[in-house]
Design a protein around this ligand. Sequence first.
Ligand code: 3H9
Length: 701
Amino acid sequence: MTETFEAVVHYSQNDEIAVVTIDAPPVNAMGVAVRAGLHKALSRAFAEPSVKAVVLIGANDKFIAGIDIKEFGGPRNGVKLSDLQALIEQADKPVVAAIDGFALGGGLELALAVPFRISAARARLGLPEVNLGLLPAGGGTQRLTRLLGPEAALDIILSGRHLTAEEALRKGLVDRTVATALLPAALEFARTVVAASTPIRKIIELTDKVSGVDFEIFTAIRKKNESKWRGMVAPYKIVECIEAACRLGPREGLEVERNAFQVCLDAPARAAQVHLFFAERKAAKLPAGDAAARPRPIKSTAVIGAGTMGGGIAMALANAGYEVKILEISQDALDRGLDRVRSNYATSVTRGSTSQATADAALARIKGVLDYGALGDADLVIEAVFEDMALKQETFRKLDAVAKPGAILATNTSTMDIDAIAGATNRPGDVIGLHFFSPAHVMRLLEIIRGTKTSSETVATVMSFAKEIGKMPVLARNSDGFIGNRILKVYGRESEFLLEEGATPWQIDKALQAFGFPMGVFLMRDLAGLDVSWRVRQYRARFRDPNDRYSPVADRICELGRFGQKTGKGYYRYDGRTAVPDPEIEALIEKVSADLGIGRKPISDDEIVTRILTAMVNEGAFILGEGVARRASDIDVVYVHGYGFPKYRGGPMFWAENQGLAKVYETVQGFHARFGKLWRPAPLLAELADSGSGWPTGEES
Ligand code: 3H9
């Protein structure tokens, strides 16, 4: 007979073994009800005289995804995770945690308080709290350090990575893995434990593992990550807790962990990172209007163009297990492209991020072809040729002639008009933009751009395909630069104006880095190369309104043949890969200011950051108001995952909401009055400032 507690935890008995099942779809998150239900079910099991051992398992092939993330920031009610752990650790009956799917965060911490753990071979285990600006405060830092030692604990908790069951077994995090059905294996395991009277081991009481620690590792890891962790709280607190686990007894260690958790909880980074967690998931959902569409099956794929982007896209597809044909126009170009792909895999193997066998298998899935006819059987073709409209249209005309009916035809453009590209075919409903970010096999963001005629089926197919290949999709409507590059244009433009008015590239870069960007805008441009955008500017000059303010600094730098790092000079001069401020550039900028009649004066770092961020937000508000982005949080996802906006600040739109939209609007108005037309406030921003509300939440479905 099954009893159910709080509607989410079931209790049943299999002879002398009690089975406690957490059943809280979709991911068995441990909210108030689950914790209360667990407390009741476990108490029931421990009190039942006929029960000799307990199996703790999750329904729907999942263990527990952690504490319910929605709880953070609000009042914490009811049974605590530590109450459950105390209940288990004080019981004289053994408990076996049976882990399928995943045991994450508080889920793994609960399992760590359980004396025995068995896992399905496909399960993943981890303490990913750091990604939420938090730390595993259910004793995770203390128990994991005691179980595996400080080095492994630092690696697992600071990375937040998910361990495979095989690695968990190797490290001693689980006692056994099984490839067969989990519940029968767990019951058998529990019976063996009972029969053998296996002693119950409480990790929290283990102290032997943490003796002989070299305490230098804590100083070293802080130092090594100094720039990566700038502005963050959680990683430092995690190191502090793991160090405490080595220095202090269990009770004092848990106290340190509790206090450290509270500091993280109160830090702005936590709110920002939790915002991003939900933003990423909302962004991946289909719009209500497309929800009824059925995704088409994608089995075979193809990429046109074996350049850096094409090769990276092919790798992303092959890594996810897809067969990929990669097309080039000449054997020479194809060989060069495939060589680059091979060398990328070799680098991953050398770095240890991929095994040789995995790299070989992925490489074997990539096949070079020279003839469009070879693309006839592909379910999805991604064009990645040079950013030139005529070339793209020509490519799509050829593709239209050979692609099978129903194939999705995608363009990896980063700015161009999807409708104009789709117009070159007789099937615009099947055409869509897939803007990958470089390197495409590494970067997770995928901007998906629907044209006016793109069908719901096409959208549904690529949204689900994006998840298949491990990308983070953000759906946008067709607009020059879509979401990401449209804002980038404004971001770069404002930075250039600041140069003309008195700043230097190194001052701006330093101010942006101090805000949290890994790299300032000019360092980033030097790294990417200045020549391509110079060419684009030359082409676009004819469309520019001559009355708009335009900074010629970038053009003047290019005219000197300074194309960035690759020529040893750009906004900076380079000593190897080290960027050095260059007086020649300072003089060039001063001359531009003089030519334009702009009196240079000192600009504070604060003004630099405020101007650049406010410009980004105002453009974001235009994008939102025009319906190019579905919701403000989609813009945040794009900026954090594609453009280095600091994750712990939640994205530009989240930053703006924290400032208060009325205040941001006022700043925009001030700049509008000072600098004119390019600072025209977005109507949506004006409207929201007036109403005193935040960004509209957008579609929730
Ligand atoms: C913690 O445990 C703190 C303790 O150490 C401290 C104790 C004192 N809560 O990602 P998906 C929702 S912190 C609430 O699309 P997948 C998610 O929002 C927690 N909701 O599926 C989505 O909802 P919706 C540490 C959660 O299969 C739905 O589930 N744990 C939670 O691609 C499906 O999610 C983590 O950080 C949660 N904990 O991936 C794990 N988790 O349908 C966070 C998920 O309404 N979770 N949801 O949009 C994950 O990494 C992934 O969700 C997971 C599944 C791998 C589990």
